[in-house]
Design a protein around this ligand. Sequence first.
Ligand code: HEM
Ligand SMILES: *[C@@H]1O[C@H](CO)[C@@H](O)[C@H](O)[C@H]1NC(C)=O
Ligand SMILES: *[C@@H]1O[C@H](CO)[C@@H](O)[C@H](O)[C@H]1NC(C)=O
Ligand SMILES: *[C@@H]1O[C@H](CO)[C@@H](O)[C@H](O)[C@H]1NC(C)=O
Length: 362
Amino acid sequence: MAFKTLASLLAVVGTLQLANAAATRKVVCPDGVHTASNAVCCPLFAVVDDLQKNLFDGGECGEETHESLRLTFHDAIGLSPALARQHKFGGGGADGSIMIFDTIETAFHANGGIDEIVNVQKPFAAKHNMTAGDFIQLAGAVGFSNCAGAPRLEYLHGRPNAVAASPDLLVPEPFDSVTKILARFADAGFTPDEVVALLASHSVAAADHVDPSIPGTPFDSTASSFDSQVFIEVLLRGTLFPGNSTGNQGEAKSPLQGEIRLQSDHDLARDPRTACEWQSFVDNQSKMQSAFKAAMSKLAILGHNRHDLVDCSEVIPVPPRANSKAHIPAGLSRHDIEQSCYFRPFPVLPVDAGPATSVHPV
Ligand code: HEM
Ligand SMILES: *[C@@H]1O[C@H](CO)[C@@H](O)[C@H](O)[C@H]1NC(C)=O
Ligand SMILES: *[C@@H]1O[C@H](CO)[C@@H](O)[C@H](O)[C@H]1NC(C)=O
Ligand SMILES: *[C@@H]1O[C@H](CO)[C@@H](O)[C@H](O)[C@H]1NC(C)=O
């Protein structure tokens, strides 16, 4: 009896070891070039090449990259356990519903302008026979890898297609209060610190629709680098527009010419619940990378169980190293920083030499 138990125990151990070996052994892909940890990742290498060449203009951190990153968020955040608890459909998260049910979701106010990138991506997803949920997250991670200083994002594969459109009003708006924004993110499973980390995305971002008369206006002076300038520049003193009917809804003024500031970014940078976390990114590129990567790993699989997916992160290109150092823009000084974290001094930063310059559109 004891012997039999031992034998079956050994058999179990043997099976486990085999399973482990299978999980770590690389397979040679049919293209004869690549190896992958799982054969289902093999076709993705060709998808990545196609995207780099034909969607991201040869590997740029430009408009298509920015829009593709924004799309990962607007698809994924369509998930609400709170709605589900009221026995209403709470959305499917990162399920591609924004592409499959695009006539419904791109009409939501918060999704203004997102139809452009959905229309551009759709034929790529079809051509490569990928589910919309997988494709949106893959394209976001690949595009983002073109931004200097970016972390290499995780990419998990195997999201089934969405079965229904997300309900409206789940995507935060720039005129929402901090309380409303934090509550929306908490519903989707994110802490206030993770919200601030996710907003590092606005380091590689511009707005077309907040003020339609100045499309392509960036949120920081270095929109093609994933750097901390957005955390610095949003803290520069400016005039807040809310309640001013001649300002645009959801906009707060940046003192830098050619730069636009979201009211939500302005408020989150100054709110006691988020100000110290915001400031912590000002001179900490490695924290910005690791915190953003970790938060994106959660965002990219909202609505799914990570154990149902295959890790194909190896297909994501390695991003170029950071090419800028945290600084105060020329013509300004540390006195222009609106210190909002009262527990730690603001880091000492170099000031760019020369007269004030204006920020170029994307
Ligand atoms: C409080 C939450 C957020 C609000 C209120 C917000 C709002 C906005 C707005 C209004 C725009 C400008 C869109 C336009 O006019 O073209 C924008 C752009 C952008 N957002 Fe957010 N956002 C939030 C969070 C996020 C998150 C979590 C991500 C992460 C992936 C993200 C990524 C982007 C990117 C990459 C752009 C630039 C798009 C482009 O340049 O075309 N945002 N956001
Ligand atoms: C597309 O993918 C599905 C599974 O996601 C598969 O069943 C189907 O055969 C594929 N079609 C083509 C043309 O490769
Ligand atoms: C509202 O904003 C506009 C644009 O900057 C500015 O010219 C105007 O003086 C502001 N009005 C008030 C009442 O603050
Ligand atoms: C950067 O952030 C990490 C993680 O929070 C922290 O351990 C480290 O001390 C920070 N570095 C600086 C220079 O503040």
